[in-house]
Design a protein around this ligand. Structure first.
Ligand code: ADP
Ligand code: TYD
Length: 213
């Protein structure tokens, strides 16, 4: 039998604390002796990191939503082939900061018919979901304040503003309602330690069921 690790993703609006929580979870699992790969999207493999630069830097209208769907899916395919699948096959736990749910929201909500396009391309080219997704939920005003507090050149999506972020928050919560076995909602508007404690509990219960130490 091929050994099979665990695939965990973090999702949520910009600034919700996904990267912080992904790092804390990876450290906690490593401390328990688990073999962990911490990765992110867009990116997570050399080729996908190159696509990340194309898609996150530059003017907000640099790409159409349709082209973005292709670029994010191309990056995901490379990430899956080069990083995620080899790690899962080796029995490792993959913790991924964003995955396909982000494309469903960030590109899929931008116009009529786009969500269907995202899902069709996902079925054709990716065909895999995380075993467990932690949705870090919070008021977009707080997320935006936190996100804008960071500096960097990757501002294409952060200029969307609060109305779009609110639509995305609701969209993420709808996804969670539609896939309650995979997606667990965590209240992100608390200290990083309090959020991490919830995350640790959910992940421990999940791993006890699927991947006993
Ligand atoms: P995301 O990856 O979702 O965009 P980050 O983890 O990068 O979010 O967090 C965004 C900013 O908010 C960072 O500056 C981070 O240090 C800070 N931050 C993260 N979690 C919390 C928290 N629970 N409370 C206050 N600030 C936080
Ligand atoms: P990320 O580095 O996770 O940003 P943040 O830490 O601010 O949450 O992701 C960069 C941006 O890429 C983010 O604004 C969301 C966007 N994105 C998409 O639009 N589609 C996707 O499929 C993914 C994975 C990310």
């Amino acid at each position: 039998m091929i050994p099979r690790g665990g695939f965990i993703s973090f999702e949520g609006i910009d600034g919700s604390g996904k990267s912080t929580q992904a790092r804390l979870l990876a450290a906690a699992l490593q401390e328990q002796g688990r073999n962990v790969v911490l990765t992110r999207e867009p990116g997570g493999s050399p080729g996908a990191e190159e696509i990340r630069k194309l898609v996150l830097e530059g003017a907000p209208d640099r790409w159409s939503a349709e082209t973005e769907i292709l670029l994010f899916t191309a990056a995901r395919r490379d990430h899956l082939e080069r990083t995620i699948r080899p790690a899962l096959t080796a029995g490792k736990i993959v913790i991924c900061d964003r995955f396909a749910d982000s494309t469903r929201m960030y590109q899929g909500l931008r116009g009529t018919g786009l969500r269907r396009m995202v899902d069709s391309l996902h079925d054709l080219m990716i065909g895999q979901e995380p075993d467990l997704t932690l949705l870090i939920d919070m008021d977009p005003a707080l997320g935006l304040r936190r996100a804008l507090g960071r500096n960097g050149g990757e501002e294409r999506f952060e200029s969307f503003g609060q109305a779009m972020q609110e639509q995305m928050r609701q969209g993420f919560l709808d996804l969670a309602r539609a896939a309650p076995d995979r997606i667990r909602v965590v209240d992100g508007a608390r200290t990083a330690e309090a959020v991490a404690a919830d995350v640790a509990q959910i992940v421990a219960a999940h791993l006890d069921r699927t991947l006993p130490a």
